[in-house]
Design a protein around this ligand. Structure first.
Ligand SMILES: Cc1cc2nc3c(=O)[nH]c(=O)nc-3n(C[C@H](O)[C@H](O)[C@H](O)COP(=O)(O)O)c2cc1C
Length: 355
């Protein structure tokens, strides 16, 4: 198989494994965050305002459709369904890594479909930090143009690279490449993790490099140790046997999302997206209270999107109803008021934040 065919078929493997198997690990820590109940809310549940400002744009809701797919013809339909929802609800949406289409332009339409069905949505392009080091602006500009992106996400996924049979092992030069792209690109740059979270130290280095926002992609949801462990098992060659055992060993590696949001927000140099294991509107509310502006979901939206547009609409309506209920019960009539709500921390999250 050629390199570009391998990238494309890997995207399909990921989609299949994520839709057919349990690929989550651990907890994002939201059970350790309790919002203070307001017995006298003094606001109206039916007029709760979910709108939020993000990177200069007003969005209808803080729900963010995290990067998932594109890059294989069979991924086009799920991207269409997700794009339709982004347009209907006025949400931010990230497409999956555009690497497959940058290696082989035949795959570009599996990404472009999102802009076709979501002409007004805030869309984020996506490339990996390792690819950024190799290709720089030669890939950044076409990635942005491919979907007329409003921002570009650079993903950090070094745990995945460690466990992936064909993973990239050289992480040197990523920060310099990110700094360069922040200077050159015509849209804001968002750096995201993909399931291991971002610490306050790394967040400070990224914001200092010129990054406009950080997406925590914390621990407690989709686990690439699991997904790549399953792929390595399926490939079943001698070298992959080592990887098959490495996956389970790294299953609990990462910063839980609630802790990562707290750490990145305390750096206080730019907006934070809480993501990694979010399942409900209540999780989004807790992310916002800990300092995030948006709450991202990948896996929780993938299942409904693979069923139908109606199923995805039902899932999004449910998330919005949960978020509105949590805001009402905190006495928060809008997102700025929610961000000031008091909270209690318990358990592991409390311990991790204090140390
Ligand atoms: C099927 C699938 C494919 C993904 N592909 C990408 C990708 O191409 N680029 C990326 O930055 N993140 C990718 N992610 C990671 C998500 O954007 C997100 O950071 C991570 O899954 C944690 O969120 P979750 O627990 O809500 O799934 C993918 C996630 C899933 C489930």
């Amino acid at each position: 198989m050629t390199g570009d065919a391998r990238t494309s078929s890997r995207k399909l493997d990921h989609l299949r494994i994520c839709s057919e198997m349990n690929i989550t690990a651990g907890s994002p820590g939201f059970e350790d965050v309790r919002l203070v109940h307001n017995a006298l809310p003094e606001c109206n549940l039916d007029t709760i305002d979910l709108s939020v400002n993000f990177l200069g744009r007003k969005l209808a809701s803080p729900l963010y459709i995290s990067a998932m797919t594109g890059g294989h013809p069979d991924t086009k339909e799920v991207n269409r369904v997700l794009g339709c929802a982004a347009e209907k609800y006025g949400l931010v949406m990230g497409v999956g890594s555009q690497r497959a289409a940058l290696e082989n332009p035949e795959h570009a339409d599996s990404f472009r479909i999102v802009r076709d069905v979501a002409p007004h949505a805030f869309l984020c392009g996506n490339i990996g930090a390792v690819q950024l080091v190799t290709h720089g602006m030669n890939w950044v500009e076409p990635a942005i143009e491919m979907i007329d992106a409003d921002a570009l996400c650079i993903h950090l996924n070094f745990l995945q690279e460690v466990v992936q049979p064909e993973g990239d092992h050289n992480a040197a030069g990523c920060l310099a490449a990110i700094s360069e792209v922040c200077k050159e690109a015509k849209v804001p740059i968002i750096v995201k993790e993909t399931g291991c979270g971002i610490s306050s130290e790394v967040a400070a280095r990224l914001f200092d490099a010129g990054v406009s926002a950080i997406d925590t992609g914390g621990y407690g949801g989709t686990s690439w140790a699991k997904i790549e462990g399953i792929r390595a098992q399926n490939q079943n060659t001698a070298g992959d046997k080592t990887l098959t055992s490495l996956g389970p060993t790294l299953l609990s590696w990462g910063i839980p999302t609630a802790v990562s949001v707290f750490e990145v927000a305390k750096v206080n140099k730019g907006p934070v997206i809480a993501s990694g294991g979010l399942k409900t509107g209540l999780d989004i509310a807790k992310g916002i209270v800990l300092g995030a502006t948006l709450g991202g979901m990948a896996l929780s939206l993938l299942g409904p999107a693979l069923v139908s547009e109606d199923e995805l609409r039902y899932a999004i309506d449910k998330i919005h109803a949960e978020l509105s209920a949590a805001m009402f019960l905190c006495g928060a009539k809008d997102i700025p008021s929610l961000s000031k709500v008091r909270y209690y921390l318990t358990g592991d999250v409390r311990q991790m934040i204090q140390t």
